[in-house]
Design a protein around this ligand. Structure first.
Ligand code: FAD
Length: 470
């Protein structure tokens, strides 16, 4: 079936060509920009640009994930008659060159809320407009449940989670997120893809480690890509959502959704998840509220990043600017990174992270508290390590949560909240299953690198001194 709009407005011989610029939206279903491109254009090309200057380079574990995600995306796009190209570096130059080479007159993309990303889009928009004949950049809304423009009654951005999420939920009841879009029909003028050439181009990026292959075995743990994201959601709703409120804090039980890397790479949309949970609740009353509230934290983190673009480098609370962080201590940092602190729950978490690219949320809080409070190392040290080692490393959620634990963030844990890893282990890993899974039992354990009680007092004194000087 031909699209009436395309037929009427088509001015290019042989039909219109459009480019879909994929970023953190690596899927073909529920993709407004892709659906729009296919509706408005006869021929569609796709491009992904890696390592755009001005953006924080993604870490090793994310690169591992990205490889799999691009592989699946290329195959799904090929089924729609859309070849995917991967380029590296300056997106302004790449988009302009590709548009010229293909004769495209429109570029489609999904908005990225970050400030640096928005600047890049503006530069691309300007560069494309300068091409003779003019090429337009058409940006669809970002995948968020809460509009970053939301303000309190006094017209200020929200700084506290509870009123933010209450208000967001009221708004979502009145105006639910847009309905999910199906996978679109193939292009009217399908283009052929050369899968071998694509595989070679992908391999040439070196996204997956070889020597040493620190990600050996991850193929059995993770399945990047849209299809697996939807399977994961389905399994989670059927099997674990009911237990989620009671067991989500238990690292020994695997009831959380494990959707975070799929969400970070946009293989599934948060609006689709919202609708799926909403539909599930109709047949399972009482389910879903606490899970949606975690998605609310994701919204809150993105909202804070929009309003405070320096979230990964500067304290969100200005009063923390002068916090007297001691000089970094390489031995302490190394012990923390390598899971050799001698503190069981912490070492288990750091080993889980290194071996799998993820860590349970409760344990993330405990290891972050140990680093920033008992060891008094700057939260940026931990944030950077997580950035490199997490498959779900996220430009909003990672710095947001590090600052939350350190006390310098929005609605943060108060400075006197210092997690006691021993009590946390007893409460959340009562049978020691999690620790046994991740800490080798046959090796001699190192003595604890820090006295938990004394370091707690020292941290409290440092944090209290800051309180008094502000
Ligand atoms: P579920 O419990 O199933 O939650 C569902 C979804 O809600 C998650 O997939 C995630 O998208 C979102 N979510 C849940 N908790 C949070 C939270 N506290 N903040 C923001 N979003 C949340 N999450 C990331 O996605 N990327 C990160 O880089 C990241 N870094 C973190 C660093 C620290 C120090 C801490 C304490 C937490 C961090 N988190 C991060 C939040 C949280 O740990 C993970 O989202 C969660 O463990 C992912 O597992 P899940 O998908 O099974 O979560």
């Amino acid at each position: 079936m031909t699209n009436p709009e395309a037929t009427i407005t088509d001015t290019e011989p042989g039909g219109r060509t459009g480019i879909v610029w994929f970023r953190r939206d690596l899927r073909v279903g529920d993709h407004p920009a892709l659906s729009r491109a296919l509706a408005e254009c006869d021929r569609v090309r796709a491009v992904f640009v890696l390592d755009e200057p001005g953006l924080r380079p993604i870490g090793g574990a994310s690169r591992w994930w990205l490889h799999g995600s691009l592989e699946r995306l290329a195959s799904d796009l090929a089924d729609l008659g859309i070849p995917l190209e991967i380029r590296t570096g300056d997106s302004v130059a790449h988009l302009r060159d590709l548009a010229r080479a293909t004769g495209a007159t429109r570029v489609y993309a999904t908005a990225r809320p970050g400030a640096a990303e928005r600047e890049i889009d503006e530069a691309v928009r300007e560069a494309l407009a300068m091409v003779p004949g003019g090429i337009s950049l058409r940006v669809s809304p970002p995948d968020l449940l809460v509009d970053p423009g939301l303000r309190t009654g006094e017209g200020r951005p929200y700084t506290v989670f509870t009123p933010f999420w209450r208000r967001a939920q009221d708004d979502l009841m009145r105006q639910p997120p847009r309905a999910s879009l199906p996978v679109p029909a193939p292009a009217r003028a399908p283009q052929t893809t050369n899968p071998d050439a694509f595989a070679r181009a992908l391999a040439a990026l070196g996204l997956r480690p070889t020597a040493p292959d620190w990600a050996a075995g991850w193929e059995d743990l993770w399945n990047p890509g849209e299809r697996c994201a939807h399977e994961r959601l389905g399994d989670f709703l059927d099997e674990d959502l009911g237990d989620y409120p009671d067991l989500r804090d238990r690292p020994d039980r695997r009831v959380t959704s494990r959707l975070s890397p799929h969400l970070v790479f946009g293989e599934i949309t948060v609006s689709h998840i919202w609708h799926a949970v909403d539909a599930h609740r109709r047949t399972h009353p009482g389910h879903g509220a606490s899970f949606l509230s975690e998605l609310g934290w994701r919204e809150f983190a993105h909202y804070q990043l929009v309003h405070f673009p320096d979230l990964a480098t500067l304290p969100w609370r200005p009063s923390f600017a002068g916090f007297p962080w001691p000089e970094p201590d390489p031995a302490l940092i190394r012990a923390w990174q390598t899971g050799t602190t001698g503190i069981d729950l912490v070492d288990a978490g750091m080993n889980e992270l290194w071996q799998t690219g993820t860590m349970h949320n409760r344990v993330r809080m405990v290891v972050a508290s140990l680093l920033t409070k008992n060891l008094l190392q700057h939260w940026r040290v931990g944030e950077e390590w997580f950035w490199d080692t997490l498959v779900d490393a996220d430009p909003a959620a990672n710095p947001f949560n590090w600052q939350w634990v350190a006390g310098s963030g929005a609605d943060a844990a108060p400075y006197f909240r210092i997690f006691n890893p021993e009590l946390q282990r007893k409460k959340f890993d009562p049978n020691g299953e999690y620790v046994r899974r991740w800490v080798p039992q046959d090796e001699l354990r190192p003595a604890p690198i820090v006295d938990l009680a004394r370091s707690r007092e020292a941290a409290l004194a440092a944090y209290r001194a800051r309180e008094e000087t502000t």
